[in-house]
Write a protein that binds this ligand. Structure first.
Ligand SMILES: Nc1ncnc2c1ncn2[C@@H]1O[C@H](COP(=O)(O)OP(=O)(O)OP(=O)(O)O)[C@@H](O)[C@H]1O
Length: 256
């Protein structure tokens, strides 16, 4: 059954990967002040694939950056993996992101001199973790789910755009983060590669139990997600649980 609610999402859906309360973010001051977020309350349940949609300038990136500990809200609170980000200094936030958050960007951001395998293992190395035991099992599972086994020795320049983005997703998943943020992950890909990458993101949720939050402009991309958060003018308009395309389109048009 499809339900539509204002945020936070319906309760009783298990643990939360992240949540925000009363989140505001003002860029600039005085006459130049831009209210990018105007009091956002949001619960992101663990083990779901959530898309964030809304017009250009509606606050999607600002919301994602505040949830990911890349930007500090003007007021309000954020919790990720049960930890409050409020009051953490830059070093604490960096370590927190390293241990609990994965990122996938539109520009794949792979290190060109490293092989795919070395790129994927990088987060474990940076955290001083050896790729042995449970970490090796996780690494191998991620590599297989993303279909990268026979590409591990290739450098990014020797891979297609879709393959490079799959490497970036594997890198985001390998350290088993509480939440993965994907910012327009298919923005640089053709439609076939986009479908493939979105399919792999969805598999990471279904088969690896990951939590993925993806900012996207594209209805086709949002269709791969379980839930859709619709944001307009810095506020959440709706948090749709498994919406139909019709329901999503009507909400985006402001008809519901
Ligand atoms: N560093 C900044 N300084 C001033 N204003 C900013 C800054 N970052 C974002 N903004 C403004 O805040 C508002 C929200 O921006 P944000 O990038 O979060 O929107 P968005 O929904 O991600 O947009 P898009 O889809 O175009 O990427 C916009 O009006 C934007 O111009």
């Amino acid at each position: 059954m499809t339900t539509s609610t204002l945020s936070p999402a319906p309760s009783g859906r298990g643990t939360l990967a992240a949540s925000a309360r009363g989140l505001t973010r003002v860029h600039g001051r005085g006459d130049a002040a831009v209210h990018a977020l105007r009091g956002v309350d949001l619960d992101l349940p663990a083990g779901r694939f959530t898309a964030v949609m809304g017009p250009s300038g509606s606050g999607k990136s600002t919301l994602m950056h505040c949830l990911a500990g890349l930007d500090v809200p003007t007021s309000g609170t954020v919790e990720v993996a049960g930890r409050a980000l409020e009051g953490m200094d830059d070093t604490e936030l960096t370590l927190f992101r390293r241990d609990h958050v994965g990122f996938v960007f539109q520009a794949f951001n792979l290190l060109p001199m490293l092989t795919a395998g070395q790129n994927i293992a990088l987060p474990l190395e940076l955290a001083g973790r050896k790729v042995t035991g449970a970490a090796r099992e996780r690494h191998d599972l991620v590599v297989d789910v993303l279909g990268l086994r026979d590409r591990l020795g290739h450098r990014p320049a020797e891979l297609s755009g879709g393959q490079q983005q799959r490497v970036a997703i594997a890198r985001a998943l390998v350290a088993e983060p509480a939440i993965v943020f994907a910012d327009e992950p298919t923005g640089n890909l053709d439609s076939a590669a986009s479908a493939e990458v979105l399919g792999f993101l969805r598999r990471s949720v279904r088969e690896l139990g990951q939590t993925v939050v993806m900012v996207t402009h594209e209805l086709d991309a949002a269709a791969y997600a379980d839930d859709v958060v619709v944001i307009a003018d810095g506020a959440i308009r709706a948090h749709l649980v498994e919406p139909s395309t019709d329901e999503l389109v009507a909400t985006l048009r402001g008809e519901r």
